[in-house]
Design a protein around this ligand. Structure first.
Ligand code: MBD
Ligand code: FE
Length: 296
């Protein structure tokens, strides 16, 4: 069986491009790259040409998720795997591959309709070393762990699990959380050392509930927290430590309304599954109505 190797890139649709450029650079520390296309700009976290394509659009939601495989052989094997499972996909044209700055890709949809791309051969701009949008003590933790994680909508969590398992991710329900309307059972799946690259199973109006980026240095998380607080950006969940990935994180609003989880110190994925009913500490609820009204 062939497996995806990392959460490689994300496409976002945003209504306020200017607010996003400022937010991404000045709060998170990403590098803004504008190639003059007019309808989009890029965000960098490392030496990849980009990790985010930010498209101008009215929707304010996730546009697509890009999962990497090793090479052309793996992409061909993935095609066969999808076909045998009866999942429809199409092979993107070379023009579409050039648009994403990859050597080849497949286009399909996950069971909730989230546009999904499986690609190989991203463009790595070693000649253009990452230049953070604000001062940083360290870097974003990417490498073979991918760009971070997303928590996405799932209309049918079991179907969603089966879809991502077909792509080669592993995982399970990792929390039983008491909510006013019953027990929430979020799922977490990984495809490399990052404890999870995708999560689902919590109510989410948009495709995207939140995305998570990880710093290599605690000081950069602290700096991000100071900047978010000074700017009065709503914080949905205060600083706290998750029980599953042991990361110290907080959740604040992006200019598109969905949440950004910034973190540091996550542990690596393990083969054996376990579940939790509460986080280690913190993650107290602050701003309500942002998609994570949870007692973690
Ligand atoms: C996460 O990254 C997360 O977003 C939640 C809700 C629980 C555990 C880890
Ligand atoms: Fe998360």
């Amino acid at each position: 069986m062939v497996r995806v190797t990392e959460l490689g890139y994300l496409g976002l649709n945003v209504s306020d491009s200017q607010a996003w450029r400022q937010y991404a650079a000045e709060c998170a520390g990403m590098e803004v790259l504008d190639e003059g296309e007019g309808d989009r700009f890029y965000l960098r976290m490392d030496n990849w040409h980009h990790r985010f394509v930010v498209h101008n659009g009215p929707q304010d939601d996730l546009a697509y998720i890009g999962w990497r495989v090793a090479d052309a052989v793996a992409l061909k094997a993935m095609e066969q795997q999808l076909a045998e499972a009866g999942v429809s996909y199409r092979v993107a044209t070379s023009q579409e591959a050039a648009e994403r700055k990859v050597l080849g890709l497949l286009k399909l949809e996950d069971p909730s309709g989230i546009p999904t791309e499986i690609f190989y051969g991203p463009r790595i701009d070693v000649h253009l070393p990452f230049h953070p949008g604000r001062r940083m003590h360290g870097r974003f933790l990417t490498g073979d762990q991918g760009l971070g994680h997303v928590l996405v909508q799932s209309k049918d969590p079991v179907a969603t699990y089966k879809f991502y398992a077909l792509l080669g991710l592993s995982g399970s329900v990792e929390y039983h959380l008491q909510t006013p309307v019953g027990i929430a059972e979020p799922w977490f799946m990984h495809c490399n050392d990052r404890q999870h690259s995708i999560a689902f199973g919590l109510p989410s109006e948009k495709f995207l509930n939140h995305m998570m980026l990880e710093y290599t240095e605690l000081n950069d998380l602290g700096m991000a927290h100071d900047i978010v607080r000074k700017r009065g950006i709503p914080v949905a969940l205060q600083l706290g430590k998750h029980s599953n990935d042991l990361a110290l994180t907080f959740y604040s609003a992006t200019p598109s309304g969905w949440l950004m989880e910034l973190g540091w110190g996550a542990c690596k994925a393990t083969a054996q599954q376990q579940y939790h009913v509460l986080d280690v500490f913190g993650h107290g609820m602050e701003a309500a109505g942002m998609g994570l009204d949870l007692e973690l």
